[in-house]
Design a protein. Structure first.
Length: 100
């Protein structure tokens, strides 16, 4: 959704090439931090061998970095709870207190 809004606000981006940063999936993050081992048989882990090859390729080119994300504070709704952000947690807590 953020990408769609960004393109709507910047129509000049169409028909050109630009680098855009995205948060990696939690499984990718776990792999990069060593919590998911490439030595575990493929059928027993959440990342396929092909996915690990892509991750290794991107990582070797320096395209995967750890940076602070403003979405932690501004994000309010998400299909993935780990990136819903503080705003979503705060609003949810207030609503729970009001209606519980």
């Amino acid at each position: 959704m953020r990408l769609i809004n960004h393109i709507k606000e910047n129509r000049k981006l169409l028909d050109s090439t630009h680098s855009i940063q995205f948060a990696v999936d939690d499984d990718v993050d776990s792999f990069l931090r060593g919590y998911i081992s490439r030595d575990t048989p493929e059928e027993e882990r959440r990342l396929s061998n092909l996915a690990i090859q892509y991750i290794d390729n991107l990582n070797s080119k320096g395209l995967i970095t750890y940076e602070f994300s403003d979405y932690l504070f501004s994000g309010s709704a998400s299909r993935e709870a780990e990136i819903a952000g503080i705003k979503g947690a705060l609003v949810g807590s207030i609503l729970l207190c009001l209606f519980a």
